[in-house]
Write a protein that binds this ligand. Structure first.
Ligand SMILES: [Cu+2]
Length: 160
């Protein structure tokens, strides 16, 4: 009886260590990926799966890629690199310009750097005038305010 009990606890221990080991190797993570539409979704998800993800779902609304993978097989970094190589900026990697340029015109999303810049500049522009932004030779306000601020300065159509 006592040895049976020992055996049972040994099996229980083995079972739990095995399941926790399996969980360690199964990762589910969320990665921010820039993109636009359903076509982007397909490309992003295919790239993630090719990189070794067991499942990959990108939301056209939240722009979040949810991936599940085994850490033995691939990594968050590998997946992000593959998605970037397919032309899509991720939270940690930027797509090569050539890959981005290859995307269908409807898929050419506002790029990560541009988005960051326009957000920063939008804050600058939230005042009374768009003193640092310019579009088509005129200062603009609103969503695209200061988006081309470098161009703006170059053109010199906005006074700062
Ligand atoms: Cu698209």
């Amino acid at each position: 009886m006592k040895s049976q009990y020992k055996l049972l606890s040994l099996f229980t221990l083995l079972f739990f260590s095995l399941t926790s080991f399996a969980q360690k190797n199964d990762k589910k993570e969320e990665i921010k990926v820039w993109g636009n539409c359903g076509m982007c979704k397909k490309t992003i998800e295919t790239a993630a799966k090719k990189a070794g993800a067991d499942s990959a779902t990108w939301s056209t609304e939240s722009h979040v890629l949810t991936v599940a993978y085994k850490s033995k097989k691939t990594s968050n970094e590998k997946i992000q690199k593959a998605v970037a190589a397919a032309g899509y900026d991720t939270q940690d990697f930027t797509a090569p310009t050539a890959a981005y340029d290859n995307l269908h015109s409807c898929c050419q999303y506002d790029r990560k750097a541009d988005t960051a810049t326009s957000t920063d500049n939008a804050q600058l522009c939230s005042g009374k005038d768009c003193s640092t932004c310019c579009k088509d030779g005129k200062c603009t306000s609103g969503k695209d305010c200061c988006k081309d601020s470098a161009v703006c300065k170059e053109k010199g159509c906005c006074k700062s």
